[in-house]
Design a protein around this ligand. Sequence first.
Ligand SMILES: Cc1ncc(COP(=O)(O)O)c(C=O)c1O
Length: 385
Amino acid sequence: MSIFKPANRLNLPAYPFAELERKASSIRASGGVLHDLSIGDPDLPPPQFVVDAIKASLDDPAAHVYPSSRGNPEVRESVARWFKGRFGVSVDPKTQICISIGGKEALSQFARAIVNPGETVAFPDPCYPVFRRAGTFMLDANPLKLPLDPQNGFLPDIKPAKGARLLFINYPNNPTGASAPDSFLMELGKFTDDNPDTSVAYDMAYSEMTFGAPSRSLLEFTPNAVEFHSLSKMANATGYRIGFAVGDPSRISALVRVKEEMDSGAPLPFQRALQTILDRYDGTTPPPELTANRAVYYSRKKRLEAAIKETGFEVFETDATFYSWFRVGVTEVPYINRLVESGLLLTPGSGFGEGGIGWVRASVTAPDSAIDAAAEIIRQIGTDI
Ligand SMILES: Cc1ncc(COP(=O)(O)O)c(C=O)c1O
């Protein structure tokens, strides 16, 4: 009898968050209380007008036929208008925008459009796991890690990426919450222009999850990169699976070609959901629902970080993302285990790569009561691991 073996490229350690989810469900199944701050999946609902747009679109006859792989032309026009108002950058909706089935899909398909087996993909360490897994290992490519140094605001030295086929960069950053200063974007823009053989994928999934100055687009500094946006974190809509890529026309066209081979585009009702929210921006000012949303996450983040700081652990304080990122020592694993035993699930930094060892990520995407319970557990355990 033959024993089935999947392709070698599936020979990866379990997806870190899938493992966490399994751990969480087994604790719940045994009747234990678990406050889950491990995954960046908003507990708050999307704005009602977004839900209404989806419902209305279901009655549109265009909603039940195949969408296009590049995305609905009107939705792309809304993206272009938003980009001009939000970042001051003009892009051609016909050639420079591709609607995607979320950011994860676009990032991994973009890598497939660019990278040949054996070529090098550069990404930060720690990073969003898709860069090193779907974007590198699953394409039989070679990884090049760019360490993120806390002393340098968790910004990488990008010079070693010269010669790589693809460079992934992400700000506002998951998992650290860091933002990119203009000086870094300027340097990255110049790198992009000076190294046409290295495609630069700039991931802005958290572009709208900021609490201070609005984030800036890399496309303000170079026309040659491709930038990735998503409705997921912007509008508490991770389940809607909708995002978009914007930038250099030839690279966008390569992404569309992959999508034509592999999927048939994003469902129209969810494209309309994206359109309705982008249309309600006034320049850099989001609709009031998003401002209110940010205020909730900001207050939770500050409350949790106050408790963490009381313990004496070092918090990397930021004005972006709904993540708190803090250092607990040489390794974070015993601390994570101690928390789980006390009913709190956080994400070990090592799940984001070697550079995350010793760090812990808490996502404040759980109800206020869970944030307060988590703060209490963190205070009680203190540094006594
Ligand atoms: C840095 C980063 N990029 C992209 C994504 C993808 O989000 P989605 O596929 O829901 O658009 C995530 C989701 O967690 C993320 O953290």
